[in-house]
Write a protein that binds this ligand. Structure first.
Ligand SMILES: [Cu+2]
Length: 133
């Protein structure tokens, strides 16, 4: 008699767990928190980037579509440990999370002629929480 009651209780608990389990399905993959996205098209020429400034809030997912219309270049952003080859006449996507606040220079990392040292751009990452007051 006593055993039967215990079995019944266990069955009810198990059934309850199943129901709860099914109900928990909805928020399955804990997706990355929604980061703002900044998409920009940048042209690489001999010897400039246009535009040559990127401004983003800290935490932004930056997606650069860089169209290289001249000789081979590369996109080098040391602060973010980025070095991406930009083949001639190709469009290359460079993506990163702007998680470091500050102003950083990016440049061409491939010797491409006299004007190579002039190929510089500036990334400014603003931290809204540090700013203000
Ligand atoms: Cu260069």
């Amino acid at each position: 008699m006593k055993k039967t009651v215990v079995v019944a209780i266990v069955s009810i608990l198990a059934a309850g767990a199943l129901v709860f389990g099914a109900g928990d399905e909805a928020p399955e993959a804990p997706a990355a928190p929604e980061a703002p996205v900044l998409e920009m098209k940048i042209y690489a020429d001999n010897w400039s980037w246009s535009p040559n400034t990127i401004r983003a809030k800290k935490g932004t997912r930056v997606i650069l579509t860089i169209e290289n219309r001249d000789s081979p270049h590369s996109f080098v952003l040391k602060a973010y440990r980025l070095k991406v080859a930009l083949p001639q006449d190709k469009t290359t996507t460079v993506e990163f999370i702007a998680d470091k606040a500050g102003t950083f220079v990016w440049k061409c990392g491939r010797p491409c002629g006299n004007g190579c040292p002039k190929m510089r751009g500036t990334l400014t990452v603003l931290d809204p929480e540090a700013a203000g007051s």
